[in-house]
Design a protein around this ligand. Structure first.
Ligand code: ARG
Length: 719
């Protein structure tokens, strides 16, 4: 007994240490920096005062940061609304602006004056006006409501808070849960929609290293692009107009030419998308054993079918480029996450954390059944997990079937008699929107090949007892093997569907006929898989998600009680966060040391003519040979390209400013490192690094490679 107690105590200490922030772990809420982190930041090397980081009344760093396009971050670097973000964040806008003749993706683009800037139609950016802890108000509204009904009620409860925040302004506002719904915060945002492309290097610089180097250090990618925010004459958001003027920001970041060295302070402000740091061992196991490998397998196939066609024709490549990059990015992410969850023993770590928690909770009724409930939920859900993955990533990884699934709701509306005309109008609008998204990426050959392959994989990998009855129709198609049958079925679908015919689709929209719709083989297929799911398996997924959310909320609450001295931070949820740390090298493996900085000579070492991922543009080579580096070289005479820091970021932070202790821009964050790909679930203090483009490389490319000194002149350079 004594021995047991002792080992539990030891466990406690280990866990408290591994939990207790301070290791540069943490995506902190900017509002709370002054109260929670400021002293520690100063210890790390910060020279600014807390008010310069986040303030509602005075301009502060937060006013120079934008949520870029809803999935990335950007920073304002001039008094005229000039923005830097990543190349991969501007990728869709760059590809959309490109044609076979004016191929900006391939050749780069620089606006030498404002008239040359290109409107990026679908892009918008948002500034954070302020944030506020509204936990008390929200909890008061939810007080007598069982957790099971929170989702239904939350809109009603937060509505007055949001209305009040927006009152008399042009702002947008939303409330987000934190700490698995133990707290709630209000975010007030200002959204701008007239955004223009200002500059981008060639893809051979902006995506140098491609998918081979993606998620890895050492890195030599010039992953940046530039945009400008435009506003009405009153400096307020306005729809695109040629009369709009460059936005005058409350704050913009000066740019440092000083360079970085080991140990330098570095902080990042941005909009990290999603982490699950309080995930349990059961969640880790399901991801490793089943979910991640399934996603990788399905994406593998889709990517190879896309690539085959993209390599044949530049127009197809431009059309598919952005989608391909997105699929490839998370294909590799899930490979890396699985590998590192295993290598970094995340499952074991979670189990020992849970063992300690269970010991602490053993005499507390509130938490007594937490883990037994969870175990039961995982056991009940597991047999159906794959169906959801194969439906989302496989069947609906086929653009046509994904679009066709929009007809599920339309069918429900048309089924009723009389038809609710308001609901009909709204549903048709959604169908039209989904059509526009689909047609932009539709390529008949790629689509049909993916459809055949995904149907086959579903057939082979999902238990027969779960197949929709429609599977037998598919298998009646001509062919000897399942592969031939699925492909023949897909060929029939693409030949007969009216969804790929603009005129026929418009005609249908004008007069939606349920019979015609339900005869369409693409809609039949999509609805067969979706209805089967909704009727038979969704209930398991819903019950599972509810249980994981509910017990997860209790777990975080319990952890906070168990470790009153630990500094907790909420999981990423696309709201603004700050992370701080230092420039730091690391040791990925025995006998290997990774320096914190890469240089242009490293780009040349990786050069591999003929391999599109490692091509070096002639102009860059020329600058390298002439050592024409101007003011952008460092003391060694090299142009730095990338560096790494101990900051805690995730997807969504892409494009975030890396800021020194004085508040100057030193780089732009663009990736995480391979050895810490388990990071969204567990932070590893020895291995986790943020990969940044050195701002001197950005300036060098703009100036010497792009010749856009007009942009350099707009910025404030600090020497
Ligand atoms: N891994 C990076 C991120 O998610 C994106 C890099 C894009 N480059 C690429 N080769 N896919 O932030």
């Amino acid at each position: 007994m004594k021995k047991l107690l002792l080992s539990i105590c030891v466990l406690f200490t280990i866990i408290t240490q591994s939990f207790a922030g301070g290791n540069d772990e943490g995506m902190w809420l900017p509002l709370l920096l002054s109260q929670k982190n400021y002293n520690d930041m100063v210890k790390h090397g910060l020279k600014l005062n807390a008010d310069q980081l986040y303030s509602v009344n005075n301009s502060s760093i937060k006013d120079a940061i934008i949520w870029f396009g809803g999935g990335c971050t950007g920073e304002v670097v001039s008094g005229e609304g000039l923005v830097i973000t990543n190349h991969h964040c501007g990728y869709d806008a760059i590809a959309s602006a490109s044609t076979a003749e004016k191929n900006y993706l391939q050749n780069g683009f620089w606006a030498y004056n404002k008239e040359q800037e290109i409107p990026a139609k679908d892009l918008s950016v948002q500034f954070l006006v302020r944030m506020e802890d509204v936990t008390e108000q929200v909890m008061a509204g939810l007080k007598d409501i069982p957790y099971e009904d929170w989702n239904k009620k939350i809109g009603e409860v937060t509505k007055p808070i949001i209305s009040k925040a927006k009152e008399g302004t042009h702002y947008e506002a939303f409330v987000r849960e934190m700490f698995k719904a133990n707290q709630f915060y209000l975010f007030v945002m200002e959204k701008f929609t007239d955004i223009r492309l200002v500059g981008t290097p060639t893809e051979s610089i902006g995506k140098f290293g491609g998918d081979v180097d993606n998620w890895m250090w050492p890195r030599h990618t010039g992953d940046f692009s530039m945009f400008r925010i435009y506003a009405g004459k009153d400096n307020k958001p306005a729809a695109y107009s040629k009369d709009n003027v460059p936005y005058k920001p409350k704050k913009f970041l000066p740019v440092s030419l000083k360079g970085v060295k080991e140990g330098d302070f570095a902080m990042i402000f941005g909009f990290p998308g999603r982490t699950n740091r309080y995930e349990t061992s059961m969640g880790v196991k399901l991801a490793i054993d089943e979910t991640n490998p399934s996603i990788v397998k399905l994406r593998d196939k889709r990517l190879s079918l896309m690539k085959k066609e993209m390599d044949k024709d530049v127009t197809i490549r431009l059309q598919q480029a952005s989608r391909y990059a997105q699929i490839a990015n998370y294909w590799k992410y899930f490979i890396g996450q699985t590998e590192q969850l295993k290598k970094n023993k995340v499952y074991d770590r979670k189990v020992s954390e849970e063992t300690a928690f269970k010991a602490w909770a053993s005499n507390k009724a509130e938490f007594a059944s937490l883990f037994t409930n969870l175990e039961k939920s995982y056991t009940e859900y597991q047999p159906y997990n794959k169906y959801g993955v194969y439906m989302r990533e496989g069947i609906f990884g086929t653009p046509l079937f994904s679009f066709a699934s929009a007809f599920y709701d339309l069918n429900k509306v048309l089924e009723k008699s009389p038809v609710d005309s308001v609901a009909l109008k709204a549903t048709l609008a959604v169908v039209k929107m989904r059509y526009d998204m689909f047609i932009k990426i539709y390529n008949p050959t790629i689509d049909q090949n993916i459809a055949g392959a995904m149907l086959q994989m579903f057939y082979e990998d999902i238990p027969a007892s779960q197949h929709p009855a429609f599977m037998s129709t598919i298998l009646k198609s001509k062919g000897k093997t399942t592969e031939e049958k699925c492909n023949a079925f897909a060929a029939m679908v693409y030949k007969k569907t009216f969804l790929t015919n603009a005129a026929a689709f418009e005609k249908f929209l004008a007069n939606p006929d349920q019979k015609k719709m339900m005869k369409d083989p693409a809609i039949q297929t999509a609805l067969a898989f979706l209805s089967n799911y909704n009727d038979n398996y969704k209930k398991y997924a819903d019950a599972f998600q509810l249980s994981v959310a509910k017990e997860g909320k209790a777990y975080v609450k319990g952890l906070m009680m168990m470790q009153p001295d630990r500094m907790f931070y909420p999981d990423a949820n696309s709201t603004m966060r700050t992370t701080y740390g230092n420039v730091k090298s690391y040791d990925p493996k025995d006998a290997i040391h990774y320096h914190y900085l890469t240089n242009l000579s490293g780009v040349m070492q990786k050069e591999n003519p003929g391999d599109p991922e490692f091509e070096v543009p002639a102009k860059l080579k020329e600058l390298y040979l002439k050592k024409d580096y101007g003011q952008y070289k460092d003391a060694t005479g090299e142009v730095p390209v990338g560096f790494i820091t101990t900051n805690d970021i995730t997807g969504g932070n892409s494009g975030s400013p890396v800021i020194d202790g004085e508040g100057n821009l030193i780089g732009t964050a663009f990736d995480g490192n391979w050895e810490a790909m388990s990071g969204d679930i567990a932070f590893d203090k020895d291995l986790k690094r943020t990969i940044c483009v050195d701002v001197r490389y950005i300036l060098f490319i703009i100036d010497k490679f792009g010749g856009a000194s007009n942009l350099i002149n707009e910025m404030i350079l600090v020497k």
